[in-house]
Write a protein that binds this ligand. Structure first.
Ligand SMILES: *Cc1c(COP(=O)(O)O)cnc(C)c1O
Length: 378
């Protein structure tokens, strides 16, 4: 008997989402318009915070947030090497220099006290990453930022849902950046957003996401003809109404989806607890809420991670690596001369980590199969 493959990820798009996107396609107007505005209102309600600006990606959000706060050539931005490369490339896109700080071995997050040691006269910003769904210590980072007058931008691609020490993503940072990429907790294939505090910030981001043009297509479309003008440098980062339509109903499901992933992660932790040498990233603390975006295990050091990945794939289990440490990627090694041991904890995690399937549609029987397969191959 051949069992069905356990996919690494399956999205949650429903007929309702598809119908809403289809309505947009049957209308005259496809790009940034009323659906994006509705998505932005709904997401800012969900986040209990400020202004949401819909963008094409989280990378775009990180890039614009750095520019909004005047970060550019000659500036240093502190971040973690245990993240997707986009956190660091957004810093490079802004013209600034990423400065990595090694992570805590238990949480895989960077800590404010370690970030402080990397502050120099050139440091302008910190980008903590809420990795795997767990928030970084935002109270600590906000405290640290004050005396040094640093900007704090949250990479919340894994964490729409988090809550730690009474704060949520975007509530303490100058901006928080979200991703709706194909495998994220809510998705429209490709998409992103940023949440910011002030009307001034929001207006700047709305202009910057659309060439720096003063009127967007929707406002030019109605009423009498008005010339548009370009009054600042801008980019092409605007979310469109088709993407927004796919996301609008998913926002209502965020809470339930999070609960389901939390349950499945708990199941994994129980079922894998007795495998010798297998380690886990620590679970969220009491009272803290994680987005439970990814569940990753750290293989015993004597295991070949790549052999385990291949064996799991052969057994029909989708898996991934989140992440090989950014400083070990060829571009960063060659451009900056990093050696793996420069950030030994991130390097160690990056060599041993395997991410297992975790999404609301994953069945408990599938979790059992993943665990049995992992037990057999480790
Ligand atoms: C997915 C991801 C990004 C980039 O998101 P895009 O929307 O694909 O640009 C950035 N940071 C982290 C931690 C991510 O997982």
């Amino acid at each position: 008997m051949t069992e069905r493959r356990v996919e690494f990820f399956r999205h949650n798009l429903t007929e309702e989402d598809i119908a809403l996107a289809t309505d947009v396609m049957r209308s005259v107007f496809l790009t940034t318009g009323p659906k994006v505005a509705e998505f932005e209102r709904k997401l800012s309600n969900y986040l209990s915070n400020g202004h949401v600006v819909g963008l094409t990606s989280c990378t775009a959000a990180l890039h614009l947030a750095l520019l909004r706060h005047g970060i550019g050539p000659g500036d240093e931005v502190i971040t973690t090497p245990m993240t997707f490369c986009a956190t660091a490339t957004a810093i490079l896109q802004a013209g600034a220099t990423p400065i990595f700080v090694d992570v805590c071995p238990h949480s895989a997050l960077i800590k404010p006290e370690d970030a402080e040691k990397a502050i120099t006269a050139k440091t302008k910003a910190i980008i903590p990453v809420h990795l795997y769904g767990r928030m970084a210590d935002m109270r600590g980072f906000a405290e640290l930022a004050k005396p040094y007058n640093l900007v704090v931008i949250e990479d919340a691609a894994h964490c729409l849902e988090g809550q730690r020490d009474g704060v949520r993503p975007g509530q303490l940072g100058h901006a928080a950046c979200f991703s709706f990429y194909a495998t994220k907790n809510i998705t429209c294939g490709e998409g992103g957003a940023l949440v910011c505090k002030t009307d001034g910030d929001a207006a700047w981001y709305r202009s910057a996401r659309h060439h720096g043009i003063s009127k967007n297509a929707a406002s030019r479309y109605t009423g009498s003809y008005q010339h548009w003008d370009m009054d600042m440098m801008g980019w092409k980062y605007n979310m469109d109404d088709i993407q927004a339509a796919l996301l609008i109903h998913q926002i209502d499901q965020i809470y339930g989806y999070r609960r389901r992933r939390q349950h499945l992660e708990q199941l994994y932790r129980e079922m894998l607890a007795d495998i010798k040498g297998l380690e886990f990233i620590e679970p969220p603390a009491e009272g803290e809420e994680s987005g439970h975006h990814l569940f990753t295990v750290l293989l015993p050091r004597e295991c070949s991670r790549d052999a385990v990945l291949n064996s799991l794939q052969e057994r029909g289990i989708g898996c991934a690596v989140n992440y090989r440490a950014v400083h070990t990627l060829t571009y960063f090694r060659e451009s900056y001369g990093y050696r793996p041991e420069d950030f030994p904890i991130a390097y160690d995690i990056g060599c041993r980590t395997v991410t297992l399937p975790l999404y609301p549609k994953l069945g408990e029987d599938e979790v059992r199969r993943v665990c049995a397969a992992l037990r057999a191959v480790v």
